[in-house]
Write a protein that binds this ligand. Structure first.
Ligand code: GDP
Length: 699
């Protein structure tokens, strides 16, 4: 078992194209796990090792989060691959849950980009300590100091350089370490040799200036250091400085800035030293779970401790069907996971045997007997969902209360030939198991299969996978926004369901009120007194109401925010039944709904656009013409960042519009923000379109 102090569970996150894949690849190379450097999207057809999926390689984005184990200077580093695209929120959040620290990769030229902002926001939410790596310092126009300034201004991070580049652009040779006051040069064919040297004389002034700034900033994390700095700055030891940087970083009060060029093999090893030195080990991070023995609805939070002798608790954060079969990645939070022992899935309390336990080395694996707290390992052939918690059965703890965000977009999918149906349902079952934000349902009336998720790209990736991995020639409708319906006023109802002509009759009367619910989808309140509706039929009424929620009457969207209260009714000694009261519930709902002033809600996205300042007008135009609202704008170094809220339904084709308005020089990222009310004029159009659709189906 590992010495916890020497374990690092880290993520690498970046804006697309900043070099995350290249950096990961170099890290694996220098840590001796792979023996030749392959270029990303390489000519040799091998490609970078982390991107195990063909599709990812083609698109150049990393979707699947895998954990890769490697070693650097006596430390065990698990690199958890965080999906970069914001559409995949749940995957990003689950990955963030599992890691203890992160490297924020930035392009030395482009600096803090739209996606860096989103990713940083997520890290902040989860309190993940991070170090920054300014990559691409070999490129023309690279400037790590400017990037540091952007980290401060755009991300409000207390960013401080711990290095300076030796040369820049095509002159980049290595870095000066501001803590040790040494120069490190990468030498050898692939930069594998680090030569330590003296600081080039011409850099001395800069080195002094930035070191002083660094020491000044970190002195607040260590009183002793502060004292030394006040009296005899020369006496500050490397250990003291490292300790203070480490403390500031772990407390999320400081972001040390490293730099180099992954592609040109510069500065990667010193960055790894920084990971070991400054990012927390698993024992330095407090992890909380929910004690399921307290209260099912509202379980108490408890701290799980990385102590190998306590009962085992682990989180299955990723399922992967690879060439080795079904793998389940687990992070052990407490206790010890042992091969051949039984563990229990907290969802359903299912007992499973730990058949094979492995450590994944990006694409080889190593069989192991035990895994201790803080470890990240994989199990073979265990049936579960992503996000499930396992324990040894002695405690009942769940590590997640991950609320699954609502899907905002859907496609109707079809495949022409019946022979593909089986594969299609296999694919759908598997995807929904791996990814709770990917949902599948069948429209009861039309029999159509509808998939929904977090965005176009999210669903496109799954469509691609159906075609490639499952060989299903699937076709899809244009994307549809996931509208909702809700009501805005209270209305009473009094409805009698009656069929008493011949044969056995049906009878049920329900009365009460429908009113808007502030929070939540649905609430049922029973105020029946004196048996106006017999007890046994009250759940039937509730069920009848709930059946109406799936499909609203305005545009067929799910209904949310409704409270149904019943306070009166009537039954018939022979003709009342469960069925009759369900029907009465449905009838009452149908009657009340139009009177309760129903409205349509639509998903509103928060959209961040970034581009040269001269295009601010153009960018604003693309937002304003989409019913968007600009929430904020900032400008720096000739670049403008515009934050806005725009309805998702208006965002289709946005990248094309933005490109033509800004000569392709702006970029954007978006994230679901909230549901908002559709303006009346548009609501009328949507309703008309829905009616038309219904008529066509009736034909
Ligand atoms: P990712 O999208 O963040 O994973 O970025 P990649 O690693 O795929 O890199 C994107 C592109 O930038 C590729 O063409 C890389 O070869 C290139 N690249 C990555 N790192 C560097 C670097 O340090 N310097 C230069 N000049 N190019 C780089």
């Amino acid at each position: 078992m590992h010495d916890l102090q020497k374990v690092r569970n880290i993520g690498i996150s970046a804006h697309i194209d900043s070099g995350k894949t290249t950096l990961t690849e170099r890290i694996l190379f220098y840590t001796d796990r792979i023996h030749a450097i392959h270029e990303v999207r390489g000519k040799d057809g091998v490609g970078a090792k982390m991107d195990s999926m063909e599709l990812e390689r083609e698109r150049g984005i990393t979707i699947q989060s895998a954990a890769t184990y490697t070693e650097w200077k006596d430390h065990h580093i698990n690199i958890i691959d965080t999906p970069g695209h914001v559409d995949f929120t749940i995957e990003v959040e689950r990955a963030l849950r599992v890691l203890d620290g992160a490297i924020l990769v930035l392009c030395g030229v482009a600096g803090v980009q739209s996606q860096s902002i989103t990713v940083d926001r997520q890290m902040r939410r989860y309190g993940v300590p991070r170090v920054a790596f300014v990559n691409k310092c070999d490129r023309q126009g690279a400037n790590p100091i400017r990037v540091r300034n952007q980290l401060r201004e755009k991300l409000r991070l207390n960013a401080h350089l711990v290095q300076l580049p030796i040369g820049l652009e095509d002159q980049l040779k290595g870095v000066v370490d501001l803590v040790r006051l040494k120069a490190y040069y990468n030498e050898g064919d692939s930069g594998e040799t680090i030569r330590e040297g003296e600081i080039p004389a011409e850099m001395m002034d800069d080195v002094e200036q930035y070191r002083e700034e660094l020491l000044d900033a970190i002195s607040e994390f260590d009183d002793d250091l502060m004292e030394v700095l006040l009296e005899n700055p020369e006496d500050a030891t490397v250990e003291q400085i490292v300790g203070a940087i480490r403390k500031g970083t772990i407390d999320n009060k400081l972001v040390p800035v490293f730099m180099g060029s992954a592609y040109k093999n510069k500065g990667v090893q010193p960055l790894l030293d920084g990971v070991n030195a400054f990012l927390p080990n698993p024992a330095e991070v407090e992890n909380r779970g929910f004690d399921l023995d307290t209260d099912d609805e509202n379980p108490e939070e408890i701290v799980v401790k990385p102590d190998p002798s306590l009962p085992f608790v682990g989180l299955a954060f990723k399922l992967e069907e690879g060439r080795y079969g079904q793998l389940t990645y687990i992070r052990v939070y407490q206790g010890t996971l042992r091969k051949s022992e039984f563990i229990f899935n907290m969802r359903g309390n299912q007992k499973v045997k730990v058949g094979r336990l492995v450590r994944m080395h990006s694409n080889e694996m190593e069989d192991i007997e035990t895994a201790g707290a803080g470890d990240i390992v994989a199990l073979f052939g265990v049936d579960c969902h992503s996000g499930d918690t396992f324990t040894d059965g002695k405690v009942r703890v769940s590590m997640t209360n991950i609320h699954v965000p609502d899907a905002v977009i859907s496609y109707t999918i079809t495949t022409k030939e019946a022979k593909h149906a089986q594969n299609l349902s296999k694919a759908l079952a598997r995807f929904s198991k791996e990814d709770p934000t990917f949902r599948v349902r069948t429209d009861e009336e039309t029999g159509e299969t509808i998939i929904s998720g977090m965005g176009e790209l999210h669903l496109d990736v799954y469509l691609e996978r159906m075609r490639r991995e499952y060989k299903v020639p699937v076709e899809s409708s244009p994307p549809r926004v996931a509208y909702r319906e809700t009501i805005t006023s209270t209305t009473p109802f009094d409805y009698t369901h009656k069929k008493q002509t011949g044969g056995s009759g049906q009878y049920g009367r329900v009365a009460g009120a429908m009113e808007p619910l502030e929070e939540g989808h649905y609430e049922f309140v029973d105020q029946i007194v004196g048996g106006a509706i017999p007890r046994e039929y009250i759940p039937s009424v509730d069920k009848g109401f709930q059946m109406m929620l799936d499909k609203g009457l305005l545009v067929g969207a799910p209904i949310t925010g409704v409270k149904m209260t019943i306070n009166d009714g009537k039954s018939h000694s022979v003709d009342s039944s469960d069925m009759a009261f369900q029907a009465a519930g449905r009838g009452a709902f149908r009657e009340a709904y139009p009177k309760a002033k129903p409205v349509i809600l639509e998903p509103i996205m928060s959209v961040t656009v970034e581009g040269p300042a001269e295009f601010f007008g153009g960018i604003s135009k693309t937002i304003n013409s989409r019913r968007g609202v600009i929430m904020g704008q900032s400008e720096e170094d000739g670049f403008t960042t515009v934050e806005s809220e725009v309805p998702l339904s208006e965002m289709f084709g946005y990248s094309t519009a933005l490109r033509s308005e800004t000569q392709g020089k702006a970029e954007f990222s978006m994230e679901f923000s909230k549901y908002g009310r559709v303006p009346d004029a548009i609501a009328e159009e949507l309703k008309a379109a829905y009616q038309k659709e219904l008529e066509e189906k009736r034909k």
